[in-house]
Write a protein that binds this ligand. Structure first.
Ligand code: NIG
Ligand code: FE
Length: 398
């Protein structure tokens, strides 16, 4: 087999391979192959199949009877920040409720940080995520809330991922919030000068549509302005209360409505009928002791569900997709197959990508070996570091 970069590798002796190729599965969208092999040509998957039929090459890797899965696609994180909120978490675990107001603490710390500190923090959390199997990640601004600080966050993020989201509309900036006309002035900034400065670094625009953040009309104005600048929408929707976020996301053909914790039947129907993915973030419910989103209701209605970490210092300070999978299976009534699909192919759908989240010919060779015979162990053995090797673009990186 010829290669782009001269390297062809065959991984053999895989006890169970998740391809996410639905044509291979017996009823499961995971497209499982037992006793499998994978051929990697340069940075792409060239072939998958029965280990005994694998073509011979000089580069052979023996998986030793481990499971191999697509690298996780973490389609929702907030990783450009400084400081942490340990005290807030501690207080919450002693009974205080979570509110969007805590975001201000991180805004102050992030503004005060140097570029180098933000870069160091980002690379630290990314390395943590990579070791746990995440090979594609999205990340956002939202802790700067000035033209310069938002653009700086996106510039730093864009050196590490193509999936960069402008979230100037995380909360009304504290510089505007105390004046009655402040929120309207801040929305004008977010849709004007700040958008102009941020759009060159971002693919997506997001808004926290919630009481205490932005209402439906403000969210619509922000997302529409972003679309006019070529950014594609995604929405923090229905996290803390019922509201217009999900319906707005579907109406504007957002790639994803994220959180989806408080949904009416009409919200579920809207998600089931459109192309907007429902991205569930169980780390947030875990870390805020909130009610779980009803994954079963969404899946049974026919909605596409993604699972992501929401890694951020306030509501979900975990970079671990395996942890989120375990929560989703135990507490959100997802099957282990559904949870694995949602954290790989589902995340890819939420980013409108077809080149990641699957191990099919032509897709990127982004994969994780598990120190276990099957992906089910991610939920069956919660908290155990089962991710054993991580490959990105055909190269072992962890
Ligand atoms: O997705 N919901 C809004 N944003 C984050 C929380 C940010 C924070 O508390 O710092 C979230 O949960
Ligand atoms: Fe979030």
């Amino acid at each position: 087999m010829s290669t782009a970069n001269g390297t062809t590798t065959v991984i053999t002796n895989i006890a169970s391979l998740v391809t996410n190729d639905p044509s291979l599965g017996e009823g499961s969208p995971l497209g499982l192959i037992q006793d499998a092999a994978v051929v990697i040509d340069g940075d792409r998957i060239a072939w998958t199949g029965d280990s005994r039929e694998a073509p011979a090459t000089d580069n052979r890797v023996d998986a030793g009877g481990r499971a191999v899965i697509p690298g996780f696609v973490d389609s929702h994180s907030h990783l450009v920040f400084a400081g942490d909120r340990t005290q807030e978490f501690n207080a919450r675990m002693s009974g205080r409720a979570y509110s969007a107001g805590g975001i201000r603490t991180t805004v102050a710390a992030t503004r005060a940080a140097s570029d180098e500190e933000l870069e160091r923090n980002l690379t630290h959390y990314l390395a943590e995520a990579l070791r746990q199997g995440t090979t594609t990640f999205e990340t956002k601004s939202g802790y700067g809330l000035t033209v310069e600080d938002e653009a700086r966050a996106l510039r730093i993020a864009s050196a590490h991922t193509d999936e960069v989201t402008y979230l100037g509309a995380h909360i009304v900036s504290p510089d505007f919030a105390d004046d009655p006309t402040g929120p309207a002035e801040y929305v004008a900034l977010v849709t004007g000068e700040m958008l102009d400065a941020c759009a060159p670094y971002a693919r997506w625009i997001d808004v926290f549509c919630e009481k205490g953040a932005f209402d439906g009309d403000q969210a619509r104005a922000i997302l529409t302005a972003g679309k006019a600048k070529g950014l594609h929408p995604r929405v923090h929707a229905n996290q803390l209360s019922y509201g217009p976020g999900v319906q707005l996301a579907v109406e504007l053909d957002a790639a994803s409505a994220d959180h989806c914790t408080h949904l009416t039947d009409a919200d579920v129907d809207a998600l089931a009928s459109g192309d907007t993915v429902a991205t569930l973030l169980p780390g947030a419910e875990f870390s805020t002791r909130a009610e779980w989103p009803d994954a079963r209701r969404l899946l049974d209605a026919g909605a596409t569900v993604a699972l992501s970490t929401d890694c951020n210092p306030g509501s979900s300070f975990t970079s671990s997709v395996p942890f989120c999978i375990a929560l989703a299976v135990r507490d959100m009534r997802m099957t282990p197959d559904e949870a694995l699909w949602s954290a790989t192919a589902g995340g890819a759908r939420a980013l409108r990508r077809t080149d990641v989240g699957r191990l099919t010919p032509g897709a990127y060779a982004d994969l994780a070996f598990l120190d276990a015979p099957s992906h089910v162990h991610l939920a069956y053995r919660p908290g155990v570091p089962l991710v054993d090797q991580v490959w990105r673009r055909g190269v072992r990186v962890a």
